[in-house]
Design a protein around this ligand. Structure first.
Ligand code: ADP
Ligand code: ZN
Length: 726
């Protein structure tokens, strides 16, 4: 009797490894293929995996093996590189491979049979009753191509009803749309004429993106035209017939990118982010797997799409913290992009005006190529930055803007230019207290103050979402009208702006006020088109946007980020403030940045004002080197949470006791996390600090294998290369 044919199948669950399943009689499956398999009483969609080299099939009694229930050969397979990548990411992050597979499978409707969608095409004679609207539709549809109804209506500037009318009249007919109409990207269109500096950068870049793995740090000041430069690399990749991926930290940024793509390549790229409908996600996932989608722009999770022939990865704003995913599989998408490039022999471009220390050190040590662009494309120059010493020119009582900043805003508005006030704090005030008894509103589930959101008339927790209506009396002493808001959030700054400049058109930009992507895109367009005079925003406005009319950026609290006690506080503040002030004066207007601070002598503020980026980086790199902090040493964090303090603390101590001794590795803690309770769960942290030479993953695996099993509601999670220490 021949041995049964079995294959390892990876389930999208937190299991230690793939399980073996019997291949149905006469069936054939290949690694990467999707199958449906039973596990206990439940059936799962899973992927056929493969054995490590030289690994024998496990000896399992035939009657213990279960058979694959269904082979989903109607779904494109995962390409071999996706399997390598999933294994690599799991191995590095200590997540189970099944959870990485699950990210690769978060594909919307890709696993359902594609539902036919209908479009319309111009076939018949003009309708008997002709109207200007109908004529516009006929003109727009005149190319004889099949159109999605809504986009035809949009491009003809008519309501969808007009289209329906023309279908009834027999002028248009409804036809099923092709699964993915790959509008070819045209690389031969007239491109922007690059400046000499840009052309040199592009020429240098193309040397490293011609094929094969290489990482290039494209390091150019804000407004220097990095996008134009890496477009050249995208064009080169598309001309080779390969797929290109552009990662962006913030999906709101993609709209400008999409518009620029259309200009450059005559068609839109495919988008990938959480704001898409499941059916759209499904279509994009399939189109990527089938090599029909040639250019994808997306959030960090786009890295896990099943690209069949990826020829370029661009990580835009590579320094951005949004590339770090904290929950479930904790990964840093910038670093994983480099890994994906390496596994798939694909060049990687990291682009930023304020690179991460990690990337800069890699460039200095020649692991990455380094291309710098030192001047802006259009502008007179980089904005002039100045610190406003809040000790010397303080705001009026109960106000937050220094007279110097108010004056500068006034001058800007008089010239008909735009001003942006930046404060990285949502809501009206971070703390509300009772003047009579000192009571402060705290979240019942978290160790955090409730933040007043005046527009929505409520107090909110920014950690768990708990909210309550703003009360009239103090819940503790019952005093009326005794509640006072302490400290500013952007809503309060907006109020101050309204008092100082009642005529100015204002817009508030923060994630809670513009919840949908389309709203946000609309607001960004209004700003671009100068329908707004003063923008008051959180970090949502700091990133990559290009606002041609913006002349002044005022940072309301330059010290805010510096107060956070983590190893990247200085780096992050420098990047954020450079980025946000870099929004000013991007075109002909001379830009200006004012930073309100109580410590103008702080090295970060001093470096910003002096415009001495290189000195800042050199100093910061040296400090990291001395402290053995990343990238000169390695960090991992272990977070223990539980429903009670005793359970969390007790288990964290057990975990610490089980830590093996190792020369190059230091275990710190457990300590109560700075955010000691979130959603009613108590939190304890351990920090593991290792030299670069240490095998941190092997150490953690050995350690965690010896940790007593977590009982009850205790949870342990591991974060390799942590960015959050709260
Ligand atoms: P960065 O990403 O470096 O901040 P962008 O690529 O967004 O800069 O370019 C800034 C602005 O300058 C954009 O509006 C862009 O269209 C314009 N620009 C840059 N280079 C050129 C060029 N060679 N020709 C025309 N416009 C350009
Ligand atoms: Zn809370």
């Amino acid at each position: 009797m021949t041995a049964p044919v079995t294959v390892p199948v990876l389930l999208p669950l937190a299991l230690p490894a793939p399980y073996d399943y019997l291949v149905p009689e006469g069936g054939r499956v290949e690694p990467g293929e999707f199958v449906v398999v039973p596990l206990g009483p439940v059936k799962y969609l899973a992927a056929v995996w493969r054995r490590a080299q030289g690994e024998e099939p496990p000896q399992i009694a035939r009657k213990k093996l279960r058979e694959i229930a269904e082979i989903r050969d109607d779904v494109p397979k995962l390409p071999p590189v996706s399997l390598d990548f999933a294994d690599w990411v799991a191995n590095y992050t200590l997540a189970s491979p099944g959870m990485v597979l699950r990210m690769m499978m978060s594909a919307g409707s890709a696993f359902q049979p594609p539902a036919p969608r209908y479009g319309v095409r111009l076939v018949g004679p003009p309708p008997e009753r002709m109207t200007p609207a109908r004529a516009r539709v006929m003109e727009a549809a005149g190319n004889g191509l099949i159109w999605v109804k809504s986009s035809l209506a949009e491009s003809a500037g008519v309501s969808p009803g007009v289209i329906d009318g023309l279908v009834d009249a027999g002028t248009l007919i409804a036809e099923p749309l092709p699964d993915w109409h790959a509008v070819p990207l045209d690389t031969s269109r007239a491109r922007a004429t690059l400046s000499t500096e840009q052309a040199e950068a592009a020429q240098e870049l193309l040397k490293h993106t011609g094929g094969g793995f290489a990482v290039t740090l494209l390091d150019g000041v804000t407004g220097s035209g990095k996008t134009e430069v890496y477009f050249e690399a995208i064009a080169q990749c598309l001309e080779r017939g390969q797929q290109a991926l552009v990662l962006m930290p913030e999906i709101a940024l993609t709209s400008q990118f999409i518009a620029r793509c259309e200009e450059r390549f005559g068609a839109k790229p495919a988008e990938w982010h959480s704001g898409m409908t499941p059916s759209m996600r499904g279509r994009v996932w399939r189109a990527v797997a089938e090599n029909k989608a040639k250019l994808v722009v997306g959030a960090r999770s786009a890295l896990f799409l099943p690209f069949r022939d990826l020829g370029l990865i661009v990580v835009d704003e590579e320094h951005d913290q949004a590339y770090k995913q904290e929950d479930r599989v904790a990964y840093q998408a910038r670093d994983m992009a480099v890994v994906r490039g390496h596994l798939g022999h694909c060049p990687v471009v990291l682009s930023s005006a304020t690179p991460s220390i990690e990337s800069l050190v890699n460039a200095e040590q020649s692991r990455y190529r380094h291309i710098r662009i030192g001047t802006r494309y259009k502008a007179a120059g980089l904005p002039a930055l100045q610190a406003i010493d809040m000790r010397k020119s303080p705001p009026e009582r109960g106000r937050w803007l220094s007279p110097l900043l108010i004056e500068a805003v006034g001058e800007t508005l008089e010239r008909g230019e735009q001003a942006l006030l930046f404060l990285n704090r949502r809501g009206y005030a971070p703390v509300t207290l009772c003047r009579k008894c000192g009571f402060r509103f705290e979240c019942p589930n978290c160790s955090a103050w409730l933040v007043e959101h005046r527009f929505r008339h409520r107090l909110e927790c920014h950690h768990c979402g708990k909210f309550l209506a703003l009360p009239h009396e103090c819940p503790s002493c019952g005093a009326e009208e005794s509640l006072v808001a302490c400290g500013p959030g952007i809503e309060r700054i907006a109020e101050e702006v309204a008092e100082c400049f009642p005529e100015a058109r204002r817009v508030l930009l923060s994630s809670d006020l513009t919840p949908s992507i389309s709203d946000l895109r609309e607001t960004l367009r209004e700003i671009e088109d100068r329908e707004v005079d003063v923008i008051i925003g959180t970090q949502l406005v700091a990133k990559g946007h290009h606002f041609p009319g913006l002349a002044l950026v005022g940072v309301v609290d330059g010290d805010l980020g510096l107060a956070q006690g983590d190893p990247r506080a200085a780096e992050r503040t420098f990047q954020l403030l450079s980025q946000v002030t870099g929004r000013a004066g991007r075109e002909a207007i001379k830009g200006r940045g004012l930073i309100q601070t109580y410590m103008p002598e702080h090295p970060v503020i001093a470096a910003l004002v002096a415009g001495d980026r290189d000195a800042f980086y050199a100093q910061e790199i040296e400090a990291r080197r001395e402290a053995g902090m990343p990238p000169f040493g390695r960090l991992a964090a272990i977070l223990v949470t539980a429903g009670s303090r005793e359970a969390a603390e007790g288990y964290a101590r057990d975990v610490a006791r089980a830590a093996p001794q190792a020369e190059k590795i230091q275990v710190l803690g457990p300590a109560e996390a700075p955010l000691s309770v979130i959603r009613g769960r108590y939190r304890y942290r351990l920090l593991i600090k290792a030299t670069r030479a240490a095998d941190l993953q092997a150490y953690l695996r050995l350690w965690l294998a010896n940790v007593p099993k977590a009982r009850g509601d205790i949870r342990l999670s591991v974060d390799i290369d942590p960015y959050s220490f709260l």
